[in-house]
Design a protein around this ligand. Structure first.
Ligand code: HEM
Length: 455
């Protein structure tokens, strides 16, 4: 790729060598990618989690990021998702009455932005309401008390994510000197600076809020408050992340919050868009999901969603797995080794990026019978026949996705509520969703019609 050597693998036995080891001691593939000046310039090579090559700093940040997989956090997330989705479904009922189609990608981006923003910072950006108000409908909704720069911030995050491939692949000399490329480079770097300044502003505001709240009063529950209070007298023991001697620095907080946005937004909302694409074409699957909800909750009318019940939703889980198998949002995962390695008869030089081609693996008939057929049952009845390491949508080992549980909880919450509230249809009969190939694939032009369920 350009001037950078990359090795692409798509065999489970090789996947095991890279993604199998579960501890830092046993694995040589500790880095996300080979060293890149561009990634350093954009602030990711030595900070945060995803691309961080400073393993000591990565390990600390990762411990903090792990709060997004513990039950108290997931329970809060269900409550918040519930509120956001209820409001969105009220808007969809208006669209149904107006006979309007629903642009799933736009709506799920808005839902994702509202959930991630409130969970990460406690700040609402009302993306879904803004989207509703932008449609050709008379009954506009009022918006108040929101994060003024919220929408601009989300757009900046999308640009930041987009900049990673450019910064990684285009050699520094080109980025700095060639007209046009130089301008793009500047746009990406200015964008990163703006994100960091905006986060710094929000952190200062939140810090004042915390200082002005008496110790006897509980604080809001969001990731930012949690990060700012850990190892201070305000430490919320509600979500404990273990023992660290000092509070996180402002820089560390910025990097972690930034990554909650960069990693948490498109991954979940794009996966959900793909899932809904398949559901609108497989009514039998939709009805089976409805039956499962009825079996687990005893009702389809506003079932009480508690975390403990989610493990019982095996069919819904299989639907999610099958959708992200057939169309994985992250269709390629990179890792790089810290030293030279003997690998399937070759020597891979230290710091060479090895990519797992998830798409190729998930579509190989050796590992998935009739791979082009959408068949959630393969994750239920044929589950045990799936070759080990042939299916790792969230990665595996030391750098496996820390957002997996949160993403699954968000997707399940949305799907349960969707299935209980609406029937869905699509006029478009194509078998495969359209999308733009990216580090996180972006679905486009997925439209459905909804009809409120009777009874
Ligand atoms: C459907 C949704 C998602 C999918 C398919 C997904 C997939 C992945 C994959 C494949 C990796 C690479 C793992 C490896 O190298 O072994 C990863 C890493 C990561 N994911 Fe996710 N992810 C999703 C949602 C999320 C969410 C909601 C967050 C929340 C913040 C998140 C945060 C991260 C982070 C921080 C890493 C880097 C971990 C490290 O390098 O230590 N992801 N994800």
């Amino acid at each position: 790729m350009g001037s950078t050597r990359m090795i692409v693998i798509s065999r489970p036995d090789l996947v095991e060598k890279v993604w199998g080891p579960a501890s830092l001691k046993n694995t040589k593939f500790i880095f996300r990618t080979s060293h890149s000046e561009g990634i350093d310039e954009i602030g990711l090579g030595t900070k945060g989690i995803v691309f961080n090559r400073n393993i000591d700093v990565w390990a600390i940040n990762r411990r903090f990021m792990n709060i997004i997989s513990i039950p108290p956090f997931l329970r809060e997330s269900i409550n918040l998702s519930n509120k956001v989705i209820d409001q969105v479904f009220e808007y969809w009922k208006t669209l149904e009455n107006e006979g309007m189609q629903i642009d799933i990608c736009e709506w799920l981006d808005a839902v994702g932005a509202d959930i991630v923003s409130t969970t990460a910072t406690g700040k609402s950006i009302a993306s879904a309401t803004k989207l509703f108000n932008s449609l050709d409908i008379e009954n506009k909704k009022s918006i108040h008390g929101i994060w003024e720069n919220g929408v601009k911030f989300i757009q900046a995050i999308h640009l930041h994510v987009e900049s990673v491939a450019f910064m990684f692949l285009i050699p520094t000399m080109f980025r700095r000197n060639i007209p046009f490329i130089k301008d793009i480079n500047k746009k990406y770097l200015d964008n990163k600076d703006w994100i960091y300044e905006e986060l710094e502003r929000i952190i200062s505001e939140k810090q004042k809020e915390i200082e002005n709240t008496p110790l006897s009063q509980p604080l809001e529950s969001n990731i930012l408050t949690l990060l700012l209070t850990t190892n201070t007298e305000r430490d919320l023991d509600k979500i404990s992340v273990g023992h660290f001697e000092s509070p996180l620095t402002k820089d560390e907080v910025i990097s972690i919050i930034c990554e909650v946005f960069t990693s948490g937004l498109d991954t979940t909302s794009s996966s959900l868009s793909f899932i809904i694409f398949y559901l609108a074409r497989h009514r039998d699957v939709y009805l089976k999901m409805r039956q499962e909800i009825l079996n687990v909750y005893g009702t389809l009318n506003n079932p009480v969603l508690i975390l403990e019940s989610y493990g019982k939703l095996k069919y819904i889980e299989a639907v999610i797995y099958e959708s992200i198998r057939i169309l994985p949002t992250t269709s390629s995962i990179p890792r790089a080794a810290t030293e030279d390695i003997e690998f399937d008869g070759f020597t891979i030089k230290a710091d060479t990026t090895v990519h797992l081609d998830i798409f190729a693996l998930n579509h190989n008939p050796k590992y998935f019978k009739d791979p082009e057929t959408f068949n959630p049952d393969r994750f239920l009845t044929d589950k045990d026949s799936i070759t080990k390491y042939a299916y790792i949508p969230f990665g595996n080992g030391v750098r496996a996705c820390p957002g997996r549980s949160w993403a699954m909880v968000q997707m399940k919450t949305f799907l349960i509520k969707l299935v209980c509230t609406f029937d869905i249809y699509s006029n478009d009969k194509s078998d495969t969703p359209k999308y733009v190939y990216r580090a996180v694939n972006r679905p486009i032009n997925i439209y459905i019609n909804v009809k409120t369920r009777n009874g």
